[in-house]
Design a protein around this ligand. Structure first.
Ligand code: SAM
Ligand code: DTB
Ligand code: SF4
Length: 366
């Protein structure tokens, strides 16, 4: 099948997504086998290093301060705590740790310095280190790269059109700018999105157009199914049928043949048979561990049983790109610039986000 293309149109992607399922699966599995070992799946462990209290209004997110009622917020974890968790993850078969912080964007200062130390520490454990910290500047991306960061996760989340119905506190272009800043370094790009937020199939195709047109395409693309959390504006949305996930994974595999497609949030709602079809359709990465950032995920032992049943093997670290070198803080040539970047603050207000904000205030007064 074809080499990587960056000029997919929405219509072409929709035609793939809507193919008869058996044809779609055959095409996706054929592409998958061309670029990947179909029996190898990357296992990545998520670690929420700073939880809750986020100023943004992402309509799906339990960590947005304005809605959340029921998650336990935490200040930034210590480097020692992170090291202990990374060692646990490694011993249970993970080759990657992804550290998430509920920040709008990174600010230079002691907290970012601490994150840089976490990156150095995990890289020295010979694990791939990924961070998802919100928007970052070019200088911050360079400092993360110098510390030994392997990947940066920054999701487009949905199509440019639907984005305005999900988040009003930043714009789609801000997301692209951060991805661009990461691309100026050797850090690999992880960017994907969420399905099942009330978007149309056209929006799923629109998101894939945006991701596939990045050149190079992201090295990882997480496909999340919405985890509808009580208190968020999306709390009442029903889980999407597994068929939607299978189609989305297969289409992602076809339009981004070389990327690692991650079957991300939402696996607690999926049967083993459903997940097996996603692996057949080209998913070759999962998040493991009984928690994602704040919501449940299948138990790691159950996942390892599933791997055994399906004959899947966890991917070793650094098989897709070499391990970065770590530069110690004392030897760094990069200075924090303390920039005040001009990320947008669009005025658009989303009614359902405003409603959820009002309701959660009522709840917390009781
Ligand atoms: N604050 C940073 C940011 O937004 O880039 C990093 C953390 S944020 C929680 C990372 C990603 O998690 C989001 O972009 C979104 O795709 C995903 N996510 C958050 N809440 C989710 C939910 N309820 N269901 C599915 N995915 C979710
Ligand atoms: C991604 O695409 N999904 C992960 C990771 N990147 C950071 C996060 C999923 C979060 C699900 C909701 C929660 O647990 O808070
Ligand atoms: Fe904040 Fe990220 Fe959640 Fe949006 S997705 S509210 S930026 S933690």
């Amino acid at each position: 099948m074809s080499e990587t293309r960056h000029n997919w149109t929405k219509e072409e992607i929709l035609a793939i997504y809507n193919k008869p399922l058996m044809e779609l699966l055959y095409d996706a599995a054929t592409t998958h086998r061309k670029y990947h070992d179909p029996n190898t799946v990357q296992v990545s462990t998520l670690l929420s290093i700073k939880t809750g209290g986020c100023p943004e209004d992402c309509g799906y997110c339990p960590q947005a301060a304005r809605y959340h009622t029921d998650i336990e917020g935490n200040d930034l974890m210590s480097v020692q705590q992170v090291k202990a968790q990374a060692l646990r993850a490694k011993s249970s078969g993970s080759s990657r740790v992804c550290m998430g912080a509920a920040w709008r964007n990174v600010k230079d200062g002691p907290e970012f310095d601490q994150v840089l130390e976490m990156v150095r520490t995990i890289n020295k454990l010979d694990m791939e280190v990924c961070c998802t910290l919100g928007m970052i500047t070019e200088n911050q991306a360079k400092r993360l790269a110098e510390a030994g960061l392997y990947a940066y996760n920054h999701n487009l989340d949905t199509s440019e059109d639907y984005y305005k119905d999900v988040i009003s506190t930043r714009a789609f272009e801000d997301r692209l700018e951060t991805i661009d800043n990461v691309r100026k370094t050797n850090v690999t790009v992880c960017s994907g999105g969420i399905i099942g937020m009330g978007e149309k199939v056209e929006d799923r195709a629109g998101m894939l157009v945006a991701l596939a047109s990045l050149n190079p395409q992201p090295e990882s693309v997480p496909i999340n199914a919405l985890v509808a959390v009580e208190g968020t504006p999306m709390e009442d949305i029903e889980p999407i049928p597994i068929w939607e996930m299978i189609r989305m994974v297969a289409t992602t595999r076809i339009v981004m043949p070389k990327t690692q497609v991650r079957l991300s949030a939402g696996r607690t709602e999926m049967s083993r048979e459903g997940q097996a079809m996603c692996f057949f359709a080209g998913a070759n990465s999962i998040f493991a561990g009984d928690k994602l950032l704040t919501t449940p995920n299948p138990d790691v032992n159950e996942d390892m049983e599933m791997f055994k049943l399906l004959g899947l093997n966890p991917q070793k670290a650094f098989v897709k790109a070499p391990q970065p070198e770590t530069v110690e803080a004392s030897e760094s040539v990069l200075q924090p610039l303390g920039e005040k970047p001009k990320w947008t603050r669009p005025g658009h207000k989303i009614e359902r986000n405003e409603n959820a904000k009002a309701t959660s205030k009522l709840v917390s007064k009781d």
